[in-house]
Design a protein around this ligand. Structure first.
Ligand code: 13P
Length: 340
């Protein structure tokens, strides 16, 4: 492990003003997104869509790293240029999702465990050779009646720590993502408690696997009300509780934290990040690693039509710029209205 190199990459991935584009939807997930805009989920359409994002010169100015799905890291653009080269030329780092999705966790009804540790040690050097300098693994923790269980928290954070240690051994920065879902009707305080439990356990597991915290990026959920909650907490409360939770759980040795959007609206995800950065100075840089909150709008604008590419790139650039400003606490809502 070259810790100086890992640290340099982790710092670059979370540079204030920039964030991470999570474009690593599995084929099943991108199909769902394409169904929503009436686009057929073919290999060419997936390539064209992602090529459009990576070639967005203005948007990529605010993107420090792009998380790719296995198909994409090997794919070439229409003109034959490898997509990873387009990303690198934009000044951004290619990364790779290495988990293999979730399966039911035995003896724990309603809970899942993330798969993919077998053969991971053999896969990582191939991704490094292909240009990946960081990786992602997502664990999924659901909140409901009687869940999460100790088993789900322990098993998932242990797998994440095993993955992180394997990545660092291959000189790849692990994005550690223990996602507590916002799908239920729970309130913000329940999310706060469960996320705190998951993060405390996560850092203990990372310690036991001897993972160097200077060479990771944490990708957590925010402390936020469930989507179906009777009353949802406002921007200030989300920001204050999330920062409190992170201060309680995340050692200052971690260079950067990049949030997932998790089903928040585009503008909500931006406003929350901005409000947190306005509470600074903070021990780590706080930025975004959004999938849906960066891609909703450009997907709609594109709708699979080549004549819409320029318009979709403008929409993507706008969202990337807004989130870039939020990562410095410099976003203002009227900037959204001006663009509309
Ligand atoms: P969302 O921002 O859509 O939650 O996706 C981020 C991600 O990478 C989830 O693993």
């Amino acid at each position: 492990m070259n810790l100086a190199e890992l640290n340099k990459v982790a710092v670059a991935m979370t540079t204030p003003g920039k964030g991470i584009l999570a474009a690593d939807e599995s084929t099943g997930t991108i199909k769902k997104r394409f169904d929503g805009i009436n686009v057929e989920c073919t290999e060419d359409n997936r390539r064209d869509y992602r090529e459009m994002l990576f070639r967005s010169t203005e948007g990529m100015k605010h993107i420090a790293g792009v998380i790719l799905y296995d198909e994409t890291i090997w794919q070439k653009a229409k003109d034959g240029t490898p997509l990873v080269d387009i990303i690198k030329r934009s000044g951004s780092l290619p990364g790779i999702k290495v988990d293999e999705g979730t399966k039911p966790l035995p003896n724990c009804p309603g809970e899942v465990i993330t798969m993919g540790l077998d053969k991971l040690a053999d896969r990582l050097p191939k991704y490094y050779e292909q240009g990946a300098r960081f990786a992602k693994w997502r664990a999924v923790i659901d909140i409901g009646a009687g869940i999460p269980t100790y088993s789900a928290i322990h098993t998932n954070t242990h797998a994440l720590a095993r993955y992180a240690a394997l990545c660092q051994a291959a000189n790849i920065v692990p994005i550690v993502e223990p996602e507590v879902l916002m799908d239920g009707d729970h309130d913000i305080d329940r999310c706060f408690e469960v996320t705190q439990w998951a993060l405390k356990t996560q850092f203990e597991e990372l310690y036991h696997q001897r993972v160097a915290l200077e060479g990771i990026v944490l990708k957590p959920n925010m402390a936020i009300s469930g989507k179906k909650a009777a009353k949802r907490a406002g921007v200030e409360e989300v920001a204050e509780k999330t920062v409190k939770m992170l201060r309680n759980c995340v050692p200052g040795a971690v260079p950067g934290i990049a949030f997932l959007s998790g089903g928040q609206s585009d503008e909500e995800a931006t406003a929350h990040l901005d409000a947190m950065n306005k509470l600074g100075p903070l021990p780590w840089s706080l930025t975004f690693s959004y999938g849906r909150a960066l891609q909703h709008a450009p997907q709609k604008a594109w709708s699979g039509k080549s004549e819409n590419v320029a318009a979709a790139q403008r929409v993507f650039s706008h969202r990337a710029r807004m989130n870039g400003l939020a990562s410095m606490g410099q976003w203002k809502q009227d900037l959204e209205k001006k663009a509309a």
